[in-house]
Design a protein around this ligand. Structure first.
Ligand SMILES: C[S@@+](CC[C@H](N)C(=O)[O-])C[C@H]1O[C@@H](n2cnc3c(N)ncnc32)[C@H](O)[C@@H]1O
Length: 319
C-alpha cells in the first residue's frame, strides 16, 4: 500500500498528463527566488564571499550560471560587482517574463548604498550561511558600479540574443553553447539537484572553464515539497518517482552529495571546498526505498552543500 502523503504527489504528477492542466501549469510556472532583487544580491554576494576565500577574483571575470530561474538578477549582480561578461543557461525560459531593467535599478541601489547582505532573518533557507553579512566592499570595484550599470542597461535594451556581454541560452542542451575554456566561473543556486544528465553537465562545465577557473554550486538535497519529511523523496521507488514527475520539465534527480563529488572528480575538477549541512529530523533510513537505503551515513544526513571546484591550472597527466 502506498502511503497517503505519497499518493497525493503521485496524483499531482498524473494530472500533468492532462494537456489543458499541463498547459496551465507551464503558463503559471515560476521558480520562486530570483524574481527578487534582494534574493539575487544575497545569493551572489554569498557565492562571491566564499569564492574569495578560495582565491577567485571577480574583476574582469567571464561568468556563467546554470539555471538562473525567474530572472537573470544573480548574473546582473555579478556584472555590477566587476564581472566582464555573464551568460545564463536554463532549460525553461522563466526569465523571459522578468523586468530586468527594474531588477538592475534595484540592484544598483543596493550596491550604491553598500547594503548588508540579506541574511537568514530575511532568507532563512538560502545557503551558504557565511560568517559576516557586512557589505563586502573589498571584493567589489566600487568606482565602476555606476558605469557598469549603464553598460548593462544598453545591452538589455539591445536584446540578450545579440549580446556576448550579457547572454541567456535557453534551452541549452549541449556543450557547444559556450566556447571551451572561455569562463572563469560557472555557478548555480539550487539547480544541480534538478539536472537530469548530471555527468554530462559536470563535463560541460569543466570544458567551459579555462584552466584555473572555478565552479561554485549550492545543492539542496531536500524533498522540495514532495514529502512532509525532508528526506521523503528518497522513500519513493523509481516507478513511483516517475509518476510523481509526470510531464514536468525537471523535478529532482535524487542523487546524494557523493554522486556530485564523484562526477566532479571524474571529469577532472579539484574539490576546493565542500561545506555541508545536516538535517536532523526525517524518515529513518529503513523507511527509504531500497536504492537509497545503501547510502552512506554522511549522504543520508546531508541536506545542503556548497561545493567550490577548480579546474586544474595545468592539464593532469594520466598513466
Ligand atoms: C529551483 S530553480 C532555482 C532557480 C534560481 N537558481 C534560484 O536560485 O532561484 C531550478 C532552476 O534550474 C533549472 N534547471 C533544471 N534543469 C536544468 C539543466 N539541466 N540545466 C540548466 N538549468 C536547469 C530550472 O529550469 C530552474 O530555473
Amino acid at each position: 500500500m502506498i502511503q497517503t502523503w505519497k499518493a497525493r504527489h503521485v496524483l499531482t504528477g498524473l494530472l500533468t498528463w492532462v494537456p489543458i492542466l499541463n498547459a496551465w501549469r507551464q503558463r503559471h510556472a515560476s521558480t520562486g527566488g530570483s524574481d527578487s532583487a534582494r534574493y539575487c544580491y544575497s545569493v551572489w554576494l554569498r557565492h562571491l564571499t566564499m569564492l574569495d576565500q578560495c582565491g577567485f577574483k571577480i574583476d574582469g571575470a567571464q561568468v556563467g550560471e546554470l539555471g538562473p530561474g525567474d530572472s537573470l538578477g544573480i548574473g546582473l549582480a555579478a556584472l555590477l560587482s566587476g564581472a566582464a561578461r555573464y551568460v545564463g543557461l536554463d532549460i525553461v525560459p522563466y526569465s523571459a517574463k522578468a523586468d530586468l531593467e527594474k531588477m538592475l535599478d534595484e540592484l544598483l541601489q543596493m550596491y550604491s548604498q553598500e547594503e548588508r547582505i540579506p541574511d537568514g532573518t530575511e532568507f532563512p533557507s538560502v545557503r551558504p550561511q557565511i560568517a559576516s553579512y557586512g557589505f563586502p566592499g573589498h571584493l567589489i570595484d566600487r568606482a565602476s558600479v555606476l558605469a557598469k550599470a549603464e553598460e548593462v542597461r544598453s545591452h538589455l535594451r539591445g536584446g540578450l540574443n545579440s549580446s556576448s556581454f550579457l547572454g541567456y541560452r535557453v534551452p541549452w542542451t549541449s556543450l557547444p553553447h559556450i566556447a571551451e575554456a572561455s569562463l572563469d566561473l560557472i555557478f548555480s543556486q539550487a539547480v544541480l539537484e534538478h539536472v537530469d544528465s548530471l555527468e554530462e553537465t559536470y563535463r560541460a562545465m569543466f570544458a567551459w572553464l579555462r584552466p584555473g577557473g572555478y565552479a561554485s554550486h549550492v545543492i539542496d538535497f531536500k524533498a522540495h515539497g514532495r514529502s512532509p519529511f525532508w528526506n521523503g523523496h528518497w522513500a519513493y521507488s523509481d516507478w513511483q518517482w516517475k509518476l510523481v514527475r509526470g510531464k514536468r520539465e525537471f523535478l529532482l534527480n535524487r542523487e546524494p552529495m557523493s554522486t556530485h563529488l564523484a562526477h566532479a572528480k571524474k571529469v577532472g575538477f579539484k574539490v576546493v571546498l565542500s561545506k555541508r549541512e545536516e538535517a536532523t529530523i526525517g524518515l529513518d533510513i529503513s523507511a527509504l526505498s531500497s536504492r537509497f537505503r545503501q547510502m552512506s551515513g554522511v549522504d543520508a544526513q546531508t541536506s545542503e552543500v556548497l561545493m567550490i571546484l577548480q579546474k586544474p591550472k595545468s592539464k593532469p597527466t594520466f598513466g
